[in-house]
Design a protein around this ligand. Structure first.
Ligand code: ZN
Length: 278
């Protein structure tokens, strides 16, 4: 099942187009894409004969426009830990991206003036069932679906004092949390723990890995986060980026106005983001 947020309404996507979930269900399910996660188990067993209609991808907004919690994980791939000169520990670093930075497909993001903005392609997990003290073995049962995300990061703000840096702030400028284009349920994927992930800047490949290379795979992240904090339906986890960011290259490279970033995950799709000057 592929579910999306089409201009603020929850839709089911097929190869032929979009089906409005509220209309096709006769009002059984809400139109609000965020409220839909409260009914996720029910939605999974629902089907419809409604006729899909064509749509424009540019109208796809963040699949979860207003989650109650956004978790983001740092240094979750060894090559990214090495390029960042950080020794991975027994627990992953956790921060947030503030809600106002979330956006969807074909977003145009203004680069903060005087900043150095970097890319970070990431697998994004959306919670479908409340998860509190959930063991890794049970974790996938609490996932609504997966989507593609960019943990855009302005490195000057991010790495400013005081210690331990301003990760959440530096990664939350407007538009710095694009995700999409849609949500794919885990059953659609041959192995949701092993997906090819990459990002291209104006056609040049910058990052390329498999999600099976995560230091803390999705089930372990859910176990560790939910040991402390209940994860709620519609909550979002940015699961960390593989190696190949711009800031640790020689010479360093950052996003420039007019550039196009394409972020792709196998079995999900491609998230497109464009940059402008401030
Ligand atoms: Zn990140």
């Amino acid at each position: 099942m592929r579910v999306a947020n089409l201009a603020g309404r929850a839709v089911l996507l097929t190869d032929d187009g979009a089906i409005d979930i509220e209309k096709a269900s006769g009002g059984r399910f809400p139109a609000d894409p965020q409220a839909l996660f409260e009914r996720w188990n029910e939605l999974r067993s629902w089907s419809t004969d409604a006729e899909p209609v064509p749509y424009a991808e540019a109208e796809l907004e963040a699949p979860t426009p207003a989650p109650r919690q956004v978790f983001a994980i740092g240094v979750n791939y060894r090559d990214h830990a090495e390029e960042s000169q950080i020794e991975p520990g027994a627990r992953p670093p956790v921060f947030t991206k503030f809600l106002s930075c979330l956006t969807g497909q074909d977003a145009v993001v203004a680069l903060p003036q005087g900043g150095l903005t970097d890319w970070e392609v990431e697998l994004v997990v959306v919670i479908g069932r409340r998860a509190h003290r959930v063991a890794a073995a049970e974790a996938w049962h609490h996932v609504a679906g997966l989507t593609v995300g960019q943990d855009l990061s302005e490195r000057i703000t991010q790495l400013s004092p005081p210690q331990p840096h301003q990760f959440s702030l530096g990664k939350s400028f407007p538009g710095f949390g694009p995700m999409g284009p849609w949500l794919v349920t885990p059953d659609e994927l041959a192995d949701p723990d092993d997906l090819e992930i990459s990002c291209h800047l104006d056609g040049e490949r910058m990052q390329h890995a498999r999600t099976s290379q995560m230091i803390f795979p999705v089930p372990e992240l859910i176990e560790k986060l939910s040991a402390v904090t209940p994860l709620l339906p519609g909550d979002v986890i940015f699961t960390g980026t593989p190696g190949g960011i711009g800031g640790t290259r020689t010479p360093a490279r950052f996003l420039a106005p007019g550039e196009h970033l394409h972020s792709t995950i196998e079995g999900i799709g491609t998230l497109r983001t464009t940059f402008t000057g401030a």
